[in-house]
Design a protein around this ligand. Structure first.
Ligand code: C2E
Ligand code: CA
Ligand code: CA
Length: 766
């Protein structure tokens, strides 16, 4: 249910009410006093005055009230009532002037505007307090008319059975006018009560006043009729009182927030009316001749009106169902959409049931759209939907979440059962893709997650199945069952990535956090022959505020994956050049080696970053070494060659890192203008115990020397290995034996302390 906003200001409505109250009270008192004593026309004059005053007040309120059209309808009722009484006055005057008796038809003529006024009051009550946004429901009038017909039919029946003598002398029109008037008041009273409860405006005192007024009028009309007071006079006197009551009620207006009335209220009303009509029809013939034929006529009219109302209601409900259906189905494929899936998940959660959920995402579907166009792409989606539908087990819900993403909900399903269904889905989709005449590379990734009975959280289950799907996609498609540990790691990495991005963005904004948190450690490279430190390798670390010092493995792949590496490399190049510029040992300045990743090598800004770092620090280009792994160089030899040439043209050195881990041949390296080869730690580790490895190292060193490359052995941890490496002709060594990577200040201290060459070096060389 939606709340209907009432427009305009809230609070008492502005009125010149003391004047009006005086007028109206005078009008009210007059008929009470005069009715028994004074001839009809004088009473009618007073009644007309009261009705006109009420109409004026109601029109004023209608123009200003924020409550929309209900006061317009009440004002119309007052105008019609005034017209009715004015007709009676006119007849009275005619009677007085011409001396002719009152025209019998005048009662009917007066009764018609009054009954129309009743319809207007009914229209006003049904719009009560709903604001201007209330859409007019023509069905409300059908309801009212049907209720009036059924009610009057029932009243005829009651009268005919209970008190046939009461109206035996009345003309037919008078009996029916009286019964119609009474029933109209009953209908109005019922409508007030229904509106107040269904639109939740019980707090509106005015509505209660109105209800009480209608009830009082009903009593007066019934009792008055019973006592034999002429029905028409009672009718229009009570109607004038009704519009007066409305005018009084309008004096103080405190609109109460209302809710739109649902379709349920009219539906209940229809059932009641049908029941009433059936009773009247069934009981017909048991009445008295006074009302002969009327009950059946009214009941028939009521049934006709109710039928029209039902047809309308059914049509509205069908439209509602249709729009609900549209809101819950996917336009393209006709299966459920995300909203429907979520609704079903919620329902399962509410019933404390368990479920398995599969999230399906097509791989490389974009290529189909790009190659064949969106129409064919849509076509393929429909074909795949068909395959999924045919494979989905009975009782499951297949939904398209959007794009090329689907979900299959298995109520009561387990992880295991979900995985089995997922495997069948993959097979089915693979089969239709393969059967397609077009060459399609479309695959499928499925994530499976489950929730046990009583633990289902729709959002969480969707998230877990989605996370599992991404794991499947990451490993090239197929299916993956949600793994809580892997998920925790993924979340942890996501958090780390957020920190990293913030750090790099903050650096661009100049907050200095990057300089404090991303630091370079330096590890010396020592000349084997002299034992003199000749260079340093700069190795990055992240001094994370919460996680402590993080090694490069903990974050570099994140940097690479998210395209942040070029920014990091540029910043580290600057740092390394600046920090290492003044370092000297054994009478000479040290080289500084910086590692380049694959993306840094390919990045068009690399050369500019190198130039910039050199220019800013004043480091001679020949002292800068850029390390690129063998694997990276081999991945795109053409690019590697071009970049290497550009670097060496500036005098910057290129080093082939991690040599031996890839499968390159040194032959390829003849073209590459590198100046250094770094033997991977895997060789260094085994060189002592495996003669074959020692042979390979010896051969590699020989070839490298012939190509003009110096050979640096990495990961040297003990003197014995150092001795073997020296014997095999290695030029330089790097490893824990000399020093672990150290922060700049500590490295400088280390450098100062180290005055004499390692004794073992000389011995091994000999
Ligand atoms: P790498 O270039 O092969 O660096 C040598 C790694 O071996 C360093 O690990 C170093 O601490 C470690 N190491 C040195 N001596 C020994 C030893 O005697 N024994 C053992 N067990 N290990 C030794 P680290 O600092 O953790 O760096 C790991 C990798 O991260 C580096 O491998 C490099 O590929 C990458 N990396 C480090 N800093 C950077 C950087 O600034 N940029 C880029 N793109 N990559 C970097
Ligand atoms: Ca390296
Ligand atoms: Ca290395």
């Amino acid at each position: 249910m939606t709340t209907v906003p009432a427009r305009g200001p809230r609070g008492p409505l502005p009125t010149r009410w003391p004047l009006l109250v005086a007028l109206v009270l005078a009008g009210l008192a007059a008929p009470v006093v005069l009715l028994p004593a004074v001839p009809g026309s004088a009473v009618d004059v007073v009644l007309t005055a009261v009705a006109v005053a009420s109409a004026l007040q109601l029109r004023r309120v209608a123009r200003r009230s924020p409550e929309g059209s209900c006061w317009h309808w009440f004002a119309r009722a007052a105008v019609l009532t005034a017209a009715g009484t004015a007709l009676a006055v006119a007849d009275g005057v005619r009677h007085h002037v011409a001396g002719t008796p009152p025209h019998p038809g005048v009662h009917v003529v007066v009764g018609v505007p009054v009954l129309l006024a009743g319809a207007c009051v009914y229209g006003g009550v049904t719009r009560w307090n709903r604001g201007r946004s209330y859409a007019f429901d023509a069905g409300d009038h059908l309801n009212g008319l049907a209720a009036l017909a059924a009610g009057t039919g029932a009243a005829n029946l009651l009268l005919g059975n209970l008190a046939p003598g009461l109206v035996a002398t009345w003309p037919v029109w008078r009996v029916q006018g009286w019964l119609l008037g009474c029933t109209l008041l009953v209908v109005l009273l019922g409508t007030v009560v229904t509106v107040a409860t269904a639109s939740r405006t019980l707090a509106d005192v005015r509505l209660w006043l109105l209800g009480a007024g209608f009830a009082a009028l009903l009593v007066v009309t019934v009792v008055g009729g019973h006592a034999g007071t002429p029905g028409d006079e009672l009718l229009h006197t009570s109607w004038v009182a009704a519009v007066l009551l409305l005018a009084l009620v309008s004096l103080r207006g405190h609109p109460v927030e209302a809710v739109q009335i649902s379709h349920r209220a009219p539906a209940v009303g229809v059932v009641v009316l049908v029941a009433l009509s059936v009773v009247v029809l069934a009981a017909d013939g048991h009445g008295s001749p006074v009302v002969d034929g009327f009950p059946i006529a009214y009941a028939t009219a009521a049934v006709a009106l109710v039928s029209t109302r039902v047809v309308r209601l059914v049509r509205e409900l069908a439209e509602l169902a249709e729009s609900r259906l549209q809101a819950l189905t996917d336009d393209l494929t006709g299966i459920a959409n995300r909203r429907a899936l979520v609704a079903r998940l919620r329902a399962l959660a509410d019933d404390a049931e368990g479920a398995a959920l599969l999230v399906v995402d097509l791989d490389r579907f974009k290529e189909v759209n790009d190659r064949y166009g969106h129409v064919e792409g849509d076509d393929l989606l429909r074909v795949i939907t068909g395959a999924l539908e045919a494979t989905a087990p009975a009782g499951s819900l297949l939904a398209r979440l959007g794009g090329d993403e689907f979900a299959l909900l298995l109520p009561d399903g387990s992880e295991c059962g979900g995985a089995a269904v997922a495997a069948r889905l993959v097979d089915a989709v693979t089969a239709v893709v393969r059967a397609d005449a077009r060459p399609l590379g479309v695959g499928m990734s499925v994530g499976v997650a489950a929730a046990a009975a009583g633990t289902l959280d729709p959002d969480d289950l969707l998230r877990r199945a989605d996370a599992a799907m991404w794991v499947a996609k990451g490993s090239g498609g197929g299916l993956s069952v949600f793994d809580a540990d892997a998920d925790a790691r993924a979340r942890d990495r996501a958090a780390l990535l957020a920190d990293l991005t913030a750090l790099l963005d903050g650096d661009e904004a100049g907050d200095g956090a990057l300089g404090r948190q991303l630091v370079l450690f330096y590890q010396p490279q020592v000349d084997l022959a002299s034992g003199v430190v000749v260079g340093v390798e700069a190795l990055v670390r992240w001094q994370h505020p919460d996680r402590g010092l993080l090694p490069p493995v903990a974050f570099l792949d994140l940097v690479e994956e998210h395209g942040l590496m070029d920014r990091l490399t540029a910043s580290l190049l600057h740092r390394a050049a600046r920090e290492a510029r003044g370092w000297r040992a054994g009478g000479g300045p040290l080289r500084v080696s910086v590692n380049l990743s694959a993306s840094s090598l390919a990045h068009p800004g690399l050369l500019a970053a190198v130039d910039d770092a050199l220019a800013c620090s004043g480091l001679e280009p020949g002292r800068l070494v850029l390390e690129v792994t063998e694997t990276t160089l081999m991945a795109d030899p053409g690019l590697a060659l071009a970049v290497a040439r550009d670097l060496t043209a500036r005098g910057v050195q290129l080093s082939i890192d991690d040599y031996g881990t890839g499968y390159s041949s040194l032959a390829y390296l003849t073209d590459l203008p590198a100046s250094e080869l770094k033997l991977d730690r895997a060789f260094t580790l085994r060189v002592l115990g495996e003669p074959r490895t020692a042979d390979i190292v010896a051969a590699t060193v020989g070839l490298a020397h012939r190509l003009g490359l110096r050979v640096v052995a990495e990961g040297v941890e003990d003197a014995a290995t150092l001795a073997v490496l020296a014997r095999l002709g290695t030029d330089e060594t790097q490893g824990y034996l000399h020093a672990r990577p150290l922060p700049p200040a500590e490295f400088e201290r280390w450098l100062r302390r180290r005055s004499t060459p390692v004794a073992a070096v000389a011995a091994a060389r000999a």
